[in-house]
Design a protein around this ligand. Structure first.
Ligand code: PHE
Length: 329
């Protein structure tokens, strides 16, 4: 029989055996019969060495084509029967190489700052409360001593859903919900998103996060508020951080103040929060006895705290999901 015919025959019978093959045991038999050490293909290569030199180029080429064809068809079948085997069959793998490191996610910087703020206040007895982001005019303004047409409404440009429903402009609405739902004493913070219809720029965004604090009992004082906020600043920005209380105005606190901290790098005071003694009118609005109870409240922007702490210059970075920014935290 000529070598040409043998090549054709092996090729045909190999492919027909392969297409009848249903199990990996069958496949292993096929491997031994054709590709094994004494298999048909190996024998063919032995025969080839005995050919006269003039025939070698022609048959050498044909045999190599046959070999590639059989191996490819075999591996394809092996993969179908046992999809995981291909890899372990491949001798080219070097198991001593270090593995691939999978990209690791991290918490968003705002989430990190928020949980830091929470644990600082929790360590001095505050509980964490939540409140609605969509609220009525009453809880966001009216009950907080900001009547309709009061000029203080201009301090916070508002997104209205309808004339009576707003996206809250601050977390102070939660003060009212807390006091409506429980009697004093209250010692809570609340974190969440707030919305303002402001021109977007590096320093203001239409959405940001705040932490609100509210303490109501029979004895709290401005001095206690100062001590609480001083403790917070030292924990958050480091011991020895310089801070000052500056008189300010909020309709829902009286007296009111703002807190600035000294920024060594920029060589200037930076405002970080508003605070004050809860206005007796607010206590009356939630039907607390304002001759018996008193308290203090404070509110701060989380982005602002994060920007100062990490030296971030543009508030919009928090909302762009740019991995180059996020991966730094
Ligand atoms: N709600 C105020 C603001 O958004 C902050 C504040 C909260 C001030 C509580 C005093 C007391 O600016």
């Amino acid at each position: 029989m000529s070598l040409d015919n043998t090549i054709k025959e092996i090729k045909t019978s190999f492919h027909s055996d392969l297409s009848n093959c249903k199990t990996t045991t069958d496949l292993e038999n096929i491997r031994i019969t054709y590709l094994g050490r004494k298999g048909k293909l190996t024998v063919l290569f032995d025969d080839f060495t005995k050919l006269p030199g003039s025939e070698k180029p022609k048959y050498g080429k044909a045999l190599n084509i046959l070999k590639t064809d059989l191996n490819n068809a075999f591996n394809k079948k092996l993969n179908q029967l046992n999809p995981d085997s291909g890899k372990s069959n491949d001798n080219s793998e070097d198991f001593s190489l270090p593995g691939y490191t999978l990209p690791k996610g991290s918490l968003h910087p705002l989430e990190q700052i928020t949980s830091e703020i929470k644990s600082i206040f929790q360590s001095i007895g505050f509980s964490v409360a939540y409140g609605p982001e969509i609220d009525d005019d009453y809880h966001n303004f009216e009950a907080l001593n900001v009547p309709k047409h009061h000029p203080a409404r201009d301090m916070q440009d508002t997104f209205f859903i309808d004339p009576n429903t707003v996206l809250r402009t601050h977390t102070s609405n939660v003060q009212i919900h807390l006091m409506e739902n429980q009697d004093p004493p209250i010692r809570h913070i609340c974190c969440g998103r707030v919305f303002r219809n402001e021109a977007v720029s590096y320093k203001s965004f239409c959405l940001f996060n705040q932490v609100e604090g509210l303490v109501i009992n029979e004895s709290s004082s401005f001095a206690e508020m100062k001590g609480t906020l001083e403790y917070f600043v030292q924990e958050m920005f480091g011991k020895g951080t310089k801070m000052r209380f500056r008189p300010s105005y909020f309709p829902f606190t009286e007296p009111s103040a703002e807190v600035d901290i000294w920024n060594d790098k920029l060589n200037q005071w930076m405002e970080i929060l508003g605070c004050g003694m809860v206005n007796p009118n607010v206590l009356a609005n939630v039907e607390y006895d304002n001759t018996k109870y008193q308290g203090f409240a404070f509110g701060m922007g989380i982005e602002r705290i994060a920007m100062i702490k990490y030296g971030i210059k543009d508030i919009r970075l928090f909302y762009q999901n740019d991995k180059r920014f996020l991966e730094q935290f």
